[in-house]
Design a protein around this ligand. Structure first.
Ligand SMILES: [Zn+2]
Length: 182
């Protein structure tokens, strides 16, 4: 896994760039939860589900099918009667899907079953610069946690920040152009 910070940074940046009209505390929290939710599969360890099982960590919950179903469910639960349902549906699905895509850039653990249930193969991207995060909160305290945060600052935080700045500046320019035009 990448850490919860990395996953939530990705879902929030996605919202800021693609769904700016719907940025609110509640929507950021919900999509942040979507981005983190695939890692709830670690609870399976307590029930004896092995890592390598399709039901284990980075298995079915790290697939695009799961992202579609889970994201749809969250949007339906919280936004089905709201006018922004379609946008929130998309944001929830993309946030959930961003999770395995980030995990596939980490340098440890097994790959993700991205194509489950059509393929059980665990895959990574060829480029894996992100330091893998420990699976327990205890493991996060100390040197490993610091290394993870530093790595995510560089490989997730910085690209997100640059994207937010570019989008923010271009929006301001577009706004200025509009107000300046006769
Ligand atoms: Zn994960």
């Amino acid at each position: 896994m990448a850490s919860i910070f990395g996953h939530v940074a990705a879902s929030s940046t996605l919202g800021y760039t693609a769904f700016p009209k719907h940025i609110r505390k509640a929507t950021i929290l919900l999509t942040g939860f979507c981005a983190f939710a695939p890692d709830l599969d670690v609870l399976g360890f307590r029930f004896g589900i092995p890592y390598e099982s399709e039901w284990g960590h980075r298995g079915w919950t790290h697939s695009l099918v799961f992202a579609f179903v889970f994201g749809s469910l969250m949007a339906w639960l919280f936004f089905r009667e709201k006018p922004e349902f379609r946008k929130m549906w998309l944001w929830c699905i993309l946030s959930t899907a961003s999770h395995p895509l980030l995990d596939m850039m980490t340098n440890g653990g097994r790959g993700c079953a991205l194509w489950w249930p059509f393929s059980l193969e665990r895959i990574f991207f060829p480029f894996r610069p992100i330091q893998v995060s420990p699976m327990s909160i205890g493991g996060f305290i100390g040197k490993w946690g610091m290394v993870v945060l530093a790595s995510e600052m560089v490989w997730i935080g910085l690209p997100c920040l640059v994207l937010v700045m570019i989008v923010g500046i271009s929006r301001r320019f577009a706004q200025k152009k509009q107000t300046d035009s006769p």
